[in-house]
Design a protein around this ligand. Structure first.
Ligand code: ADP
Ligand code: MG
Length: 689
């Protein structure tokens, strides 16, 4: 369908929708609820799908059953009350070529007025037998005209709210589509040509009123491409600006790398080799590195980071490694001590519990440009900690920190240091292209040899006793076990309590003969360390805990990970817990206790049981939960997408290529004003903007 009416005089894309005839205070409120306040908003409120009622049947072919559509003449129509129940109904007698059926409307919020006798209508709805004849029940209809807007056509179906209908939206949008050409097309002609895209105005008209649903999809993709093109352009610009900016250069000394690799008690995996090469090359380039190293727990990220730190040290620069918990920071310090002290680079530790005097010492040494490798927690980013000479900033489990905290570490020195984030919770591939558009990614997809997969099982409530017997047997064989209880985010109290309650229950009722330990995030860190240490040293058989053990803790002797209320955790998080075991020589087990009431939850748990790859689980998690939940798009400040599906990797890639080509031609976005204007929405979205 093409637009047949035009916008009222004086209307523009910024005109408030309140000026549309038929939009009263109530409707205005409903539109606002949908985020629609201007004509532009209305034009970009795209259909969710289409109602295709183009296929007409003659009344002679009408059959009882699902929706059918016919073009008919109204013989008569009237409103009446049913004799028994006294409800209002509207009836019409309809005919075509001598065949007659009735239509009836009842039990609706809005009963239509009786139809005009003698008029032609297109009627569409379910058909039933009634009183020996066929009857349309509560059909949609529209008077036949040159152009159908609602019935007998491809009609857009919108997201609406209570009291607002797609029919109303169609009637409002249709005349305003003449204003579509006043919406600036952010895609330059050249790109449009290369990508074979229609102008935005045509896409807007076509997405609302396509000739076929397929045409509607094509138009939507055109609009989606524009959204992704802008996103990719913003990301790519941030990247180029960073790369051309002043950064600390760490020369790549191949001999240093060789000597380090030769000193290791194992052979690097291919993944580690490639990642190390990418990182060292990146650090040696003029712009500061902004890289994410992702790999499953135990894939050997620390070794790679250690090599980068050593390279910085040999260049006379400092390196900092920041971890989200004290346990983890200490562990890193211990690992790095083993790896780097032999190369003359002993790490120093700075955490919350570091004593005042020791802290002063570290801070003074750092400020003087010495103390080349510092490992710690948030304590590293406190204001009085300066690192004048910082060449490399590493943040482990980076998602545990906010953007501001990561920035603070980067800004510790005058020049922009190389930045390496590490995570064992991989970013789904599709999001790597968007939210992380300005981040380069290195991946460790393979595990060091000899690592056994963790046997994972979903345990229904009825099998709990059997599972406990299994745990008892493992402990009898000298092993240890974790028990994780969900920590409920809205109410910390509840989560801690349930861990505490579970601890009491296990200790008293289930394993009175075993040594059970409790650990949770609200304990003073000293207390946590002490309890963790007891478990690490084998002085406890069971450690009941909250998600605080998600990151870090390396206990090779632990072979069982039990997770209570497993449905409450995300797939990626469950995978993290699982990574706490299987770190030693013994076969390990992960038991996912489920409530057994949530079918969806059970399916997700089965997915964890059958998938060992964190990368696959991250993609699955995103698909199941949707991008909104998983990454908190708004938190990243991304403008809302009307058409684009952030999970559409192919379109993302196409948009990224196009954005790169455009920036090669027009690096400062001076050639096409609508484009630079559209970029305003992306200010501050990317880390280094
Ligand atoms: P991540 O930080 O990715 O969880 P780590 O760097 O802590 O993993 O490595 C996990 C364990 O594997 C460490 O004990 C480490 O020494 C060991 N490791 C790392 N790389 C290799 C390798 N290529 N071959 C054998 N063991 C390795
Ligand atoms: Mg690690």
């Amino acid at each position: 369908m093409t637009a047949t009416t035009t916008a009222p005089p004086g209307f523009g894309v910024d005109t408030p929708v309140s000026r549309i005839t038929g939009v009263g205070p109530k409707q205005l409120e409903r539109l606002e609820r949908l985020g629609i306040t201007t004509v532009r908003d209305l034009l970009f409120h795209l259909p969710r799908r289409y109602d295709d009622t183009r296929e007409l049947v003659g009344l002679a072919q009408l059959r009882p059953g699902d929706t059918q559509t016919a073009r008919v003449r109204v013989r008569s129509s009237m409103k009446r009350r049913t004799p028994k129940k006294g409800i209002n109904i509207v009836e019409a007698s309809l005919e075509d070529e001598g065949d007659i059926v009735t239509a009836v409307w009842f039990n609706l919020k809005f009963i239509p007025r009786p139809l005009q006798t003698g008029s032609e209508i297109i009627v569409s709805g379910p058909v039933k037998w009634s009183n020996g004849g066929l009857e349309f029940v509560n059909p949609k209809y529209e008077y036949a005209r040159d152009e159908q807007h609602h019935v007998g056509t491809v009609a857009p179906v919108y997201s609406v709210t209570e009291g607002l209908t797609s029919k109303q939206l169609r009637d409002w949008v249709e005349p305003l589509l003449t204003l579509a050409s006043a919406v600036p097309d952010a895609i330059p002609d050249q790109v449009r040509g290369e990508e074979r895209l229609m102008p935005l105005a045509s896409a807007l008209r076509q997405v609302h009123f396509p000739a076929t649903p397929q045409e509607g999809d094509v138009a939507r993709e055109r609009i989606a491409f524009e959204e992704l093109f802008l996103l990719q352009l913003a990301a790519e610009r941030a990247r180029r600006r960073r790369q051309s900016g002043r950064g600390v250069v760490v020369p790549y000394d191949v001999e240093v790398a060789r000597a380090f690799v030769a000193s290791l008690p194992f052979k690097l995996t291919d993944g580690q080799r490639v990642a190390a090469h990418e990182i060292l090359t990146d650090m040696a380039a003029t712009g500061p590195m902004n890289r994410l190293l992702q790999g499953d727990v135990g894939s050997g990220k620390t070794v790679v980071a250690a090599m980068a730190a050593l390279m910085a040290h040999r260049a006379g620069l400092q390196a900092a490694v920041m971890a989200p918990t004290e346990i983890l920071a200490r562990q890193h310090a211990a690992t790095l001590d083993r790896l780097l002290t032999p190369h003359g680079l002993p790490p120093r530790l700075l955490v919350g519990s570091t004593g005042a005097r020791a802290r002063r010492e570290v801070i003074d040494a750092l400020a003087s440009g010495h103390d080349a490798l510092i490992v710690g927690t948030h304590a590293l980013i406190e204001d009085d900690v300066a690192m004048e000479n910082l060449g490399l900033a590493v943040v482990d489990e980076q998602h545990r920190f906010g953007v501001a905290q990561r920035q603070k570490l980067r800004q510790k020195s005058g020049a922009m240091p190389n930045f390496l984030a590490m995570t064992a919770t991989p970013i789904p591939r599709s999001l790597a292209l968007t939210v992380y558009g300005d981040v380069d990614i290195s991946e460790l997809r393979e595990m060091p040899p000899g690592r056994m997969p963790v046997d994972t099982r979903v345990v229904p409530p009825a099998e709990r006793a059997v599972a406990y017997e299994f745990v008892r047997a493992q402990v009898a064989a000298g092993r240890q076990a974790f028990v994780i209880c969900p920590l409920i985010e809205e109410s910390d109290k509840l989560g801690v309590k349930s861990a505490t309650a579970e601890y009491e229950r296990l200790r008293r009722d289930v394993f009175p003969d075993l040594r059970v330990e409790l650990l949770h995030g609200r304990m003073p860190s000293r207390e946590k360390e002490a309890r963790m240490a007891r478990f690490v040293e084998g002085d406890a058989d069971l450690l009941v805990s909250t998600s605080v053990v998600e990151v870090g803790v390396d206990v090779p002797n632990a072979t069982v990970m039990m997770i209570e209320g497993a449905e409450r955790f995300g797939l990626a998080q469950l995978h993290q817990f699982r990574g706490r075991v299987g770190r030693g020589e013994h076969r390990s087990h992960c038991l996912l206790f489920e409530g057994g009431i949530d079918e969806d939850g059970s399916r997700r748990l089965e997915a964890v049981a059958h998938t060992q790859s964190g990368f696959d689980l991250a993609d699955l998690d995103l698909r199941l939960r949707g991008p909104g939940d998983v990454v908190g798009m708004r938190q990243h400040g991304l403008p809302e997408m009307q058409a684009a599906d952030l999970l559409d990797v192919a379109l993302q890639q196409r948009a990224r290529e196009a954005a790169r080509r455009w920036l090669d031609r027009d690096p400062d976005l001076k050639q096409y004003a609508p484009l630079s204007e559209a970029m305003q929405a992306y200010r501050g979205v990317f880390d280094l903007d």
